[in-house]
Structures are given as structure tokens and as C-alpha cells.
Design a protein around this ligand. Structure first.
Ligand SMILES: Nc1nc2c(ncn2[C@@H]2O[C@H](COP(=O)(O)OP(=O)(O)OP(=O)(O)O)[C@@H](O)[C@H]2O)c(=O)[nH]1
Ligand SMILES: [Zn+2]
Length: 295
């Protein structure tokens, strides 16, 4: 039975790209699919088996278990998130960046930070300061400009062989990057309103696009809702990778690095080893989670 991956879904039709010859066949899904006794609907990104029912038609017969499953956009088997943040227009903001990073950690994705609009920055110190803020987290950081082409080759290398979703606030340049990487894609690029410095939202159906040298990109930004619903405080402690090596030294097991005495993370922040702004955001997110549990 042929194997393949769903790359697009439109009103009950699934477009399955064959793993052998990369041809795309329009398929229906017949019957109900289950894993672990849960009924599921096929998603873009699902690895499936299918049977041919006509010259250019087929039917999906089984869906493989998923390695990851994002809800917004609904897409399966994404491996990597490029979290996009502009350096200017809109100006760099670490709070939304940290929120996106926490979301990507929660989904267990490999993470890369992409700082866009490098051409609008005159003082390289501004970029060094941001890199310093994230140095302990270990996230790779790539700095790009679609005007000068800086960082695009590096970004392409990061995308090679991976299935990646781009995430970030409106107007930071996600569509522009995708356009640059996929010259024939039909992405909509909205102009940032100069007055408010914010881009308008453009919504599209999610689709997995193939890259020339292998790998694929979801053409719709991920995690657009920025609440931390459903996340536990414990999960949050793991969503800051720079705290992992400190956990063991905290006096209490399961320390939330909040008001506990003998907290190694708090001491690390005080000693200047851990970034203060990241820690402030950690406490803010922890507070949100604790408030939500209370009511
Ligand atoms: N100077 C400069 N402008 C850029 C760069 N990348 C994107 N822009 C501009 O930033 C604006 C917003 O870019 P988009 O690609 O639409 O941003 P987006 O993140 O896709 O926004 P949404 O679709 O709203 O989520 C556009 O006017 C782009 O031309 C860059 O590297 N340098
Ligand atoms: Zn602690």
C-alpha cells in the first residue's frame, strides 16, 4: 500500500504526497481512524497509507501516530519552530518572544530564534545585547534581512531536511522570509501601518511546502493564541532550558524558583549568571498559570 504525507486539506479532500515519487494525489478519508482508542481526523502533516481508487484519486486507509500535534494551525509532525522577532518596525520585544519560546518548548519542538530587519539596525551593539540575553538558553540565533539577503543562506541551512513552522507577532516579517525562501509561493505580505507599527493579519489555509534541498515549511504561522492555557507550572520550569542545570542545586525538589528558600535559579539571577529579564518573564508566566489554576 502506498505511503505518503498529507500536505494540504481542503473541504474533506486530503492531498497526499507519495513518499516514493513525490506525486500528489487527492484523497478522501473513509471510516474512522483511531490511536490509543481516541478517534482522530487526519491532519496536514500526517503520515498515511492510502489506496488508489482512480487515475488521480485515492482513499486514506490508515494514519500513523504523530510525533507532535499543533492546534493552531492544526498540523501534525512538525519538528522545528523558527520563532521570528523583528529588530525594528516593530521594535524588538523580548516578552512576546519569550512567550513564543515557551509555546514552542511546550510542543517539544526544536527551536531557532530569527531576528529580522537587520538592515534597519545601525548599532550592532543592539544585536549583541539580544544575543547575550539568550546565550544561556542555547537557542541558535540567526539575524536576517530580506533587503540585503543577510542570514538567508544560514536560515536555509537550518531548514534543510526539517519540517518547520514559523511563529511570531504580526508584522515581524514571517511572510517576507517565506517569500524569499520560496520564490514561487503565493504568500500575502501586508504593509506595516507606519503609525501603529503593526502588521495586519492575513489568514490562509495551512499547507506544507517543499524546499528545494529537502525539508518542508508550514506556510501558515503557528501558535497565534498566546495564552498559556493548559500548561502546568512544572512544564514551565522545563520551558526555560537555561534553568535545567540549576534545578539539581535548588534546595527543594520541584522548586518553582519563586519564593522557595535556597533556590539556585534565583541565586543565579542575582549573581548575574542568568538573565534578569528572562527570569522576570518566567515569573510573570508562572503567575499567570497559578492564577488560572486558582479560579
Ligand atoms: N526593512 C525591512 N523590512 C522588512 C524585512 N522583512 C519584512 N519587512 C517588511 O515588514 C512588513 C511586514 O512583513 P510581513 O512579512 O508581512 O510580516 P508577517 O510577520 O508575515 O506579518 P503577518 O502576516 O501580519 O503575520 C512588510 O512591509 C515587509 O516589507 C526586512 O528584512 N527588512
Ligand atoms: Zn529553584
Amino acid at each position: 500500500m502506498p505511503n505518503g504525507q498529507i500536505i494540504k486539506a481542503i473541504s474533506g479532500f486530503y492531498y497526499v504526497r507519495s513518499s516514493d515519487n513525490k506525486e500528489v494525489t487527492q484523497c478522501r478519508a473513509r471510516g474512522i481512524f483511531k490511536f490509543e482508542k481516541k478517534k482522530i481526523k487526519p491532519l496536514v502533516g500526517d503520515i498515511v497509507t492510502w489506496e488508489r481508487t482512480g487515475l488521480d484519486q485515492g482513499v486514506i486507509t490508515s494514519v500513523q501516530p504523530r510525533s507532535t500535534e499543533l492546534l493552531r494551525p492544526p498540523i501534525a509532525n512538525i519538528e522545528q519552530a523558527v520563532v521570528v522577532c523583528s529588530l525594528r518596525e516593530p521594535k524588538f520585544q523580548s516578552l512576546p518572544l519569550d512567550r513564543f519560546l515557551v509555546h514552542a518548548e511546550k510542543e517539544k519542538l526544536r527551536i531557532v530564534i530569527c531576528l529580522t530587519k537587520r538592515d534597519l539596525v545601525s548599532d550592532p551593539e543592539d544585536i549583541s545585547a539580544i544575543k547575550e540575553m539568550y546565550s544561556k538558553s542555547g537557542y541558535p540565533i540567526v539575524t536576517t534581512s530580506i533587503k540585503t539577503g543577510e542570514g538567508i543562506a544560514e536560515l536555509l541551512q537550518i531548514l534543510q531536511g526539517e519540517t518547520t513552522v514559523f511563529a511570531g507577532l504580526s508584522g515581524v516579517g514571517k511572510s517576507s522570509l517565506l517569500n524569499h525562501i520560496l520564490p514561487d509561493s503565493k504568500q500575502q505580505v501586508g504593509a506595516v501601518s507606519e503609525k501603529i507599527g503593526r502588521g495586519r493579519h492575513t489568514t490562509r489555509q495551512v499547507e506544507l511546502l517543499s524546499l528545494q534541498d529537502g525539508g518542508q515549511i508550514a506556510d501558515t504561522p503557528g501558535f497565534s493564541q498566546l495564552g498559556l492555557q493548559g500548561m502546568t507550572a512544572e512544564e514551565l520550569t522545563y520551558a526555560f532550558p537555561e534553568y535545567h542545570s540549576y534545578l539539581e542545586s535548588c534546595r527543594f525538589r520541584g522548586c518553582y524558583h519563586q519564593n522557595e528558600p535556597g533556590c539556585a535559579v534565583k541565586e543565579g539571577v542575582k549573581a548575574g549568571e542568568l538573565n534578569e529579564s528572562r527570569y522576570a518573564h518566567y515569573l510573570l508566566f508562572l503567575n499567570e498559570i497559578q492564577q488560572e489554576r486558582r479560579y
